[in-house]
Design a protein around this ligand. Structure first.
Ligand code: BV8
Ligand code: ZN
Length: 250
């Protein structure tokens, strides 16, 4: 595993306002398939346009809701990994030092919350909440698989997963908070994301425009690797604990 540059530890120690943006790669070591990894990613087997759009849901609500509920049940069996735990520790350490830390995730699995990260900005919603398309009521679904697909609301309306599909806008408040944090940070961590999906992938540009330092940790090169001040090839479950340990000794 490549040695980590001491300057990364120094940058993390001296930063006043840190932002971490996570993608599916952070949950990969917990056993959750990513989207675009060639062989193992979900999109290798499915076509996102076929499943992750409101048109797809309109065409075949049964198939789409079954796919999302299957993912929810798979996630229920997964545990946070070292990368999630390191980010929860980082939130505590920076909080104690009166530094700002903002965790923004594209992930819909809530493993950051399971790792005890307290303030998580979910840009793409979550598998755990389903919303009635008729009355808008949202319910958190913690049980086993649904009996019928698509599930129905007490008002008789059909329920959909409260995730952001392609072509749908991101939740305004979440995106506003994320943009403000990226614009004001002095250190931006891009972790386990292919940096392809917008507008989330544009946050690093906001940070760079405001002269933040950027550290990327990703298993493969991405469109932002060349612009990051440090781009570390590696697994977030292994690298993140080493960064937190290297910077703060814990
Ligand atoms: C919108 C929820 C418009 C659902 C998701 C510009 C050009 C072209 C297209 C667009 C554009 N701007 C907007 C678009 C359209 C589209 C888009 O960006 N398309 C992409 C494909 C080009 N964006 C949208 O549609 C967005 N909405 O723009 O609306 C609009 C505007 C106004 C008014 C109305 C409408 C909505 C985007 C959100 C879609 N929903 N998820 C679900 O989960 O099913 S996106 C989905 O991709 C997930 O949320 C995922 O998190 C996200 C990003 O993917 P990653 O997290 O990066 O995962 P990926 O597999 O790609 O990469 C994982 C990386 O980890 C890999 O690089 C891998 O090497 C690495 N890795 C693997 N293991 C490890 C690791 N790294 C470290 N350690 C490991 N162990
Ligand atoms: Zn309803």
């Amino acid at each position: 595993m490549e040695a980590l540059d001491e300057q990364i530890f120094a940058a993390l120690r001296s930063a006043e306002r840190v932002v971490a943006l996570t993608g599916a790669g952070v949950s990969a070591e917990s056993g959750i398939p990513t989207f675009r990894d060639a062989m193992t990613g979900m999109w290798a087997k499915y076509d996102p346009a076929e499943l992750a759009t409101s048109e797809a849901f309109g065409r075949d609500a049964e198939r789409v809701s079954r796919w999302y509920d299957e993912r929810r049940c798979n996630v229920a069996a997964c545990k946070p990994n070292g990368g999630h735990m390191a980010l929860a520790r980082l939130e505590q350490i920076l909080g104690r030092r009166r530094k700002q830390f903002t965790l923004i995730t594209q992930n819909v699995d809530r493993l950051h919350q399971a790792a005890r990260s307290r303030d998580v900005i979910e840009l793409h919603g979550t598998l755990w909440v389903w919303r009635c398309v008729r009355c808008g009521t949202e319910t958190e679904e913690r049980g086993g698989a649904f009996e019928v697909y698509p599930p129905h609301c007490s008002c008789g309306g059909v329920k959909r997963p409260a995730v952001v599909w392609f072509g749908e806008s991101l939740p305004m408040a979440a995106m506003r908070r994320a943009q403000d944090a990226a614009a004001g940070c002095d250190l931006f961590l891009s972790l386990g994301t292919s940096s392809i999906v917008y507008p989330a992938a544009g946050l690093v540009d906001v940070a760079l425009r405001n002269r933040a330092m950027v550290v990327e940790v990703n298993a493969e090169e991405t469109p932002i690797s060349a612009r990051a001040h440090w781009s570390i090839r590696g697994k977030t479950g292994e690298v993140l604990p080493r960064i937190v340990e290297g910077a703060f000794g814990i």
